[in-house]
Design a protein around this ligand. Structure first.
Ligand SMILES: C[S@@+](CC[C@H](N)C(=O)[O-])C[C@H]1O[C@@H](n2cnc3c(N)ncnc32)[C@H](O)[C@@H]1O
Length: 226
């Protein structure tokens, strides 16, 4: 398999040095919006069943799903072992897999939902969509969430100014320096919303919907496998 360039960023961004501070950093740097975006994901998960939290990281979304949706079997998968270690520390009963989203180690049609937060900009979206299609049951739902670059010019100025501040903070917080310096460019050049929408429709998913949040600084795409 050809290695997607996002792997390089993932290896630079997420490691043993910043795994333990990830939860606080994501909360602080998004001004708490991370929780409300994840609540929007959970609102789409209406009924019971099995859910794969793709790129579960330290298990923030998996924990919220376990706490908020009854009769839900949650499984998490992530590329970075040090992040999974933090997830496991939070809840001993988490079912976790160390692997890549592009080749899922699960049998066909075994999940009712696939959810994912902040993965889309690092992966070959078409491959991930194909894999999600394979592992989802009929009537299964896919939900992807990530940052987006706002379309409004005023908001773009605000957004860029914010990343200048983050870059400066990177000089103080060594373990997050590379992320604070490079995330801005990764988000701006990602194009994940258009790619995901196109890949979902091409693959045959129905009810493809995209909603923007926080003045266009994040988006959630959902769709159903017929
Ligand atoms: C910003 S963190 C998000 C973690 C978690 N989803 C959350 O919302 O808190 C991005 C995560 O994506 C994971 N990741 C990136 N590329 C991946 C891939 N190809 N397969 C599996 N996980 C991947 C990283 O290891 C990291 O834990």
């Amino acid at each position: 398999m050809q290695i997607h360039q996002g792997y390089g960023n993932v290896r630079k961004f997420f490691n043993s040095e910043n795994a333990s501070s990830y939860d606080s950093i994501v909360h602080f740097t998004t001004f708490g919006r991370d929780s409300s975006w994840k609540k929007q994901i959970i609102n789409i998960i209406t009924n019971q069943g099995s859910v794969l939290d793709l790129a579960c990281g330290t298990g923030i979304l998996s924990s919220m799903l376990t706490d908020n949706v009854v009769m839900m079997r949650v499984i998490g998968l992530d590329l970075v072992f040090d992040y999974l270690r933090i997830a496991k520390k939070k809840r001993k009963n988490f079912l976790l897999t160390n692997g890549t989203a592009e080749i899922l180690p699960y049998k066909c049609e075994c999940f009712d939902f696939v959810v994912s937060s902040y993965l889309a900009k690092y992966v070959d979206i078409k491959r991930v969509v194909d894999e999600c299609w394979r592992i989802l049951n009929h009537d299964g739902t896919i939900v992807f969430h990530d940052f987006t670059y706002p379309k409004n010019i005023l908001l773009q100025n605000f957004w860029r100014a914010y990343f200048v501040i983050l870059k400066m903070m990177g000089y103080l917080v060594k373990s997050w320096r590379v992320v604070f310096h490079e995330l801005c460019q990764v988000i701006r050049t990602s194009g994940w919303v258009a790619q995901m929408t196109e890949s979902l429709e091409e693959r045959g998913f129905k009810n493809v919907s995209c909603k923007y949040y926080t003045f266009g600084m994040a988006a959630i795409i959902s769709a159903i496998k017929p």
